[in-house]
Structures are given as C-alpha cells and as structure tokens.
Design a protein. Structure first.
Length: 253
C-alpha cells in the first residue's frame, strides 16, 4: 500500500448534483486526486466548473432532470462519447420534503423517491453495464444519510429512500463485485447544505443537534473529500457493500 493507491489520474468521474454543497466538495476532491469530471445538474454548475478547471482537469457539463430515469442512457452515452470511458459514479443528487407524516402528500412521496432512489438504481445499472463492457471494473458511490439508520421526523419519503440506499448498495455489491465493480456508500452526518438550512436556522434545534455531535460542529463539503477519494480509488478495492458514516461521531453517541 502506498499513496499511489489513492491516485486517480486519468480517471473519469460522473457525479450528479454537483453545483453546490456536498456534490461540489466531492467533485473538487476527485479532481484534486486526478479525475476529469462529468457533472449532471439541472442548471449550470458555474462555480464547480471553475474550481475543477483551475485544477487542470476537464469538466463536461450535462443537464438533466433526474426525477425520471428516461435520460439515463443518454447521460452515459454522452459521457463515454466525450471521454471514452467512465471509471467512477457518485450518486449524489437528492431532494427532501418536510411535512408531518399524517399530512404527507403522494406528490411529495413520489418526487423524493424518484430522485433519491429510483434514478440512483437505474443510473447505477447503466454505468455498471458500461463498466462491464469496458472490462476494467469501476467504482459506484451512493450518498446515504443518517436517516439510513434512523427514522427522523417529518421526512417520511426521504427516510424511506435513504434506508433504501443502504440496502441497494449491498445488493448491487453482491451482484457486481465479480465484475470488479465496487459499490459502497457514504452517509453524511449533519452537514452545512441547502437541505439543512431550515434546521440550522432553528436555533433550538441546531443547538440540540450540535450537543449530540462529539466533534461539536456541523460537517462541511470538505469533510467528504477524503472519504470519496478513498472509495473511488484502488485503496478500497476490497471494500464492498459498505456504508461509511462521515458524521462527526453522531452514530457513536
């Protein structure tokens, strides 16, 4: 084992939802390790493009509404047409809806489930087929959550989807490890993102959260750079079906 095991020079990483926040942090982390980036977003990720290109790497900007799996084949085809291959997939895009379970609507259920679990599976399937065709294996990294382990409150569809991420990560690892494909997940703790803005704005709730985190702070996008590079690199070649909590110790409390 050497630091070369973490080297991702000449790799191509496809990452969804990388315009801001955790997705941007992971895209920049992968670029620092040597990757060219294919970003899948609804709008132009201007700041992320600038940061990746400043590191001397290419960024292919693709637009898609991931609320349906219809464009999955197009996304993979465009990425391969541009770079000739895909080596890494990071399924980061996700949304959240907050309402009491007693009042939760079917629309809010379906929108969250479509983006947070359905498209994750079908994009992983399409990329795994590309990995198999390439014959060189690859890495799939799903983004789970503390709510992959806990129930939470007022986020029923998000909890269901993120619990599902933990499960399908294991299933895909079971089926695809024989092709040299590693499927793992990262479960971020309480992070400074758009999804947690309402929580952080609630002074009482924010303080309750901080009091339970042994690290005594909210996480940042930079905290995911090391974990995503590890799971994308040869250093993790014997890690399969694992969900890595990056939570400041939240689950240990």
């Amino acid at each position: 084992m050497s630091l070369n095991s973490f080297n991702l020079n000449n790799n191509v990483a496809l990452i969804t939802g990388c315009g801001t926040g955790l997705g941007q942090g992971m895209a920049v982390g992968l670029a620092r390790a040597g990757c060219d980036i294919v970003g899948i977003n609804r709008s132009e990720p201007t700041d992320t493009i600038r940061k990746v290109e400043a590191l001397g790497h290419r960024f292919l900007d693709l637009r898609a509404d991931l609320g349906g799996a219809g464009r999955v084949a197009d996304i993979v085809g465009l990425a391969v047409a541009e770079f000739g291959r895909i080596d890494i997939l990071v399924n980061n895009a996700g949304i959240i809806r907050r309402h009491d379970a007693i009042d939760f609507s079917e629309q809010d259920w379906d929108e969250v489930m479509d983006i947070n679990i359905k498209t994750v599976f079908f994009l992983s399937q399409a990329v795994a087929r590309q990995f198999i065709a390439q014959g060189t294996g690859g890495k799939i990294i799903n983004i789970a959550s503390m709510l992959s382990y806990q129930g939470g409150i007022r986020v029923p569809s998000y909890t269901a989807a993120k619990s599902g991420i933990l499960g399908i990560t294991r299933l895909m690892a079971n089926e695809w490890a024989g092709h040299g494909i590693n499927v793992n997940a990262i479960a971020p703790g309480y992070m400074v993102t758009n999804n947690t803005q309402a929580l952080r704005a609630d002074e009482q709730r924010s303080q309750e959260i901080l009091e339970r985190i042994p690290a005594a702070r909210w996480g940042t996008p930079e905290d995911l750079m090391g974990p995503v590079v590890f799971l994308a690199s040869k250093a993790s070649d014997y890690v399969n079906g694992h969900t890595l909590a990056v939570d400041g110790g939240w689950l240990a409390r």
